[in-house]
Design a protein around this ligand. Structure first.
Ligand code: HEC
Ligand code: HEC
Length: 219
């Protein structure tokens, strides 16, 4: 994806809630209706429903192993969309499909609302910021990860997940899945087109930077 196109994506995403209702499904699944639904959750109802997710994602959404993503503190719209995508096999994962196949769409929003209210893990404090995260790479037409994944800038956009405090092995796995087209549920292919240009080494460095405070084996 070239730089101009990426900027268009950033701009479109920041105005998405008002303008996307006009767009066709082939352009984005984020319609006004989907946006409203994703933000309509009742956290109290979600809390009860999330009990059966705790064995893997942790009782309060902080998972205990590094391969299972934490859900605590994540933006509700992002969590909502992932549950929807697993159920509809847009994001292929057998385990998650089984866990969510019976959940109706309003309960997806309820669960997502509850996880958003939970406290995520702190990220490591003494990491230096990788250049890719802060500046991107002009040579490869890559804009900075933090242009989108930074809560300080445009609040990141409602559909951009918070990465800080996420589990390290999960971050590596899901970025590799984007890179290899094994994860295909990103709108406009935004993450696939970016991840394709990252080396394995860069993916590890970036994952280490964003990851929760954990013991990392030095390679
Ligand atoms: C048996 C363990 C297990 C259970 C139980 C489980 N999950 Fe998961 N979940 C996973 C794993 C592993 C992944 C990563 C899958 C992947 O790579 O796509 C995941 C991914 C997710 C994601 C994507 C997170 C992200 O950052 O993209 C969401 C959302 C999620 N699960 C919600 C739930 C909900 C809601 C429930 C309960 C109804 C649940 N999970 C139950 C193991 C589990
Ligand atoms: C143009 C905006 C944009 C840029 C730039 C961007 N991302 Fe993303 N990223 C997104 C969006 C939107 C999603 C959500 C995709 C979905 O709906 O599943 C996402 C998802 C992700 C996820 C999945 C998180 C999870 O919990 O599963 C990771 C990891 C990620 N991005 C890492 C990066 C890295 C590393 C960079 C820089 C090399 C980057 N992103 C640059 C917009 C962006």
């Amino acid at each position: 994806m070239n730089k101009i196109l990426l900027w268009l994506v950033v701009l479109t995403m920041s105005f998405v809630s008002v303008s996307m209702a006009e767009l066709s499904l082939s352009e984005s699944r984020w319609t006004q209706e989907a946006y409203d639904l994703a933000h309509s959750g009742d956290a109290n109802k979600g809390k009860k429903l999330a009990k059966k997710c705790g064995s893997c994602h942790g009782d309060n959404g902080v998972s205990e192993d590094n391969e299972t993503p934490s859900l605590a503190g994540q933006k509700a719209a992002y969590t909502f969309k992932q549950i929807y995508d697993y159920k509809n096999k847009i994001r292929a994962n057998k385990t998650m499909y089984k866990k969510v196949k019976k959940i109706n769409i309003q309960d997806m929003a309820n669960i997502a609302a509850w996880y958003q209210t939970q406290q995520g893990e702190k990220k490591m404090s003494n990491n230096s910021v990788p250049t890719m995260v802060s500046n991107g790479d002009k040579k490869r037409f890559l804009i900075a990860c933090n242009m989108c994944h930074n809560p300080q800038v445009m609040n990141g956009g409602f559909q951009v997940p918070i990465l800080a405090g996420q589990k390290i092995d999960y971050l590596i796995e899901t970025l590799t899945a984007f890179k290899e087209d094994d994860r295909e549920n990103d709108e406009y292919r935004v993450m696939r087109d970016i991840a394709k240009q990252l080396s394995e080494e860069e993916i590890k460095t970036i994952a280490k930077y964003y990851a929760a405070k954990v013991i990392i084996e030095d390679e």
